[in-house]
Write a protein that binds this ligand. Structure first.
Ligand code: L34
Length: 293
């Protein structure tokens, strides 16, 4: 069994980007500038956004963190987005999800200028992804593709089962892995909460991408020998033996599934850090595109 070490690979990617930034600086070019909007103070969201800002510092990007209170109105958030859309110093920005209930997420994502949408969530960029046109790939799926590629996991002709159909992970993963591309050319099945005979389907999978958001849902008895498992889930489980009061659990029961797997991502240290690395990669791409305009 080989651990797909997202922590290590994400550090490699960050080092590569940092090198690139150095050369930009030496040529007197502007360095990439990422902004993130965080609405409210959800603990997990704060952790992820802070990690994004810290990663920018580490690799020499400029970053801006816009923190808005939980009670922010949709209109106020749209105003902030407009500011960032029109600010020539910002190459790319994200609005961290989830958003509070008073804000319509779809409306917000559609307000982001596709040219600065380094999350790849705008319908224009989702459409471009589906048509295999150059675009910003959503960071989590992009990170999974990169991880599979760097570990040279064979995907061509393999049976891939994507568990979950979210707009952020499941749906784009199913599209990317069926495309003619690196880590693609797979035969993809999407399962979700209405699927029947789930175990039968997962047992037939060569590769499983678990992105349903139910902790430790996928167990050893649901997979075949030598399966490749990508665990996208990350849930905080209250645990008084931990100093922060919780432990992190994925959608996969690591203990039983890892015994059968040929490759598996851990939680933490798997998909999460890759998400951050690929966001940085998209921001670099955005800067380069702006340079060439
Ligand atoms: N707009 N919202 C937007 N873009 C995104 O790409 C995200 N996502 C998801 C939630 N909302 C978003 C993230 O950033 C999930 N996500 C994310 C990013 C980083 C990590 C996990 C999820 C991460 O770094 N995880 C660490 C553990 C961090 C911890 O201690 O909690 C890991 O090793 O998995």
């Amino acid at each position: 069994m080989t651990i797909l070490d997202g922590k290590k690979v994400s550090n490699d990617i960050k080092d590569e980007i940092a090198e690139h930034v150095k050369s930009m600086v030496s040529k007197g070019e502007k360095v990439p500038h990422l902004a993130a909007i965080l609405v409210g103070s959800d603990g997990a969201s704060m952790t992820y956004v802070n990690a994004k800002v810290k990663a920018c510092e580490r690799i020499g990007f400029n970053s801006t963190l816009v923190e808005l209170p939980e009670y922010t109105s949709e209109e106020e958030l749209l105003e902030k987005i407009n500011d960032l859309n029109t600010d020539p110093n910002i190459d790319g920005f994200i609005v961290q999800l989830p958003l509070p209930d008073q804000i319509d997420e779809q409306k917000i994502l559609m307000a982001i200028e596709p040219d600065k949408d380094v999350d790849g969530f705008h319908p224009t960029n989702v459409g471009r992804m589906a048509l295999d046109l150059p675009t910003f790939l959503p960071a989590t799926p992009y990170g999974i593709m990169e991880l599979l590629e760097r570990y040279q996991v064979e995907t061509s002709g393999k049976n891939v089962v994507v568990m979950g159909r979210s707009h952020i992970v499941g749906r784009p993963m199913s599209i990317l892995m069926s495309q003619k591309r690196k880590a693609g050319d797979a035969t993809v099945t999407v399962v979700h909460s209405r699927s029947k005979n789930l175990k039968e389907v997962t047992k037939s999978a060569d590769i499983i991408v678990a992105a349903i958001g139910i902790s430790e849902f996928l167990t050893g008895d649901m997979v075949k020998e030598d399966v490749v498992v990508i665990d996208v889930g990350i849930t905080r489980i209250p645990d008084q033996t931990k100093k922060n009061g919780y432990r992190l659990a994925g959608d996969v029961e690591f203990e039983s599934v890892s015994k059968k797997a040929s490759y598996i991502t851990p939680v933490p240290g798997g998909v999460g850090p890759m998400t951050i690395a690929m966001l940085l990669k998209n921001t670099l791409l955005s800067r380069e595109r702006h340079n060439n305009k």
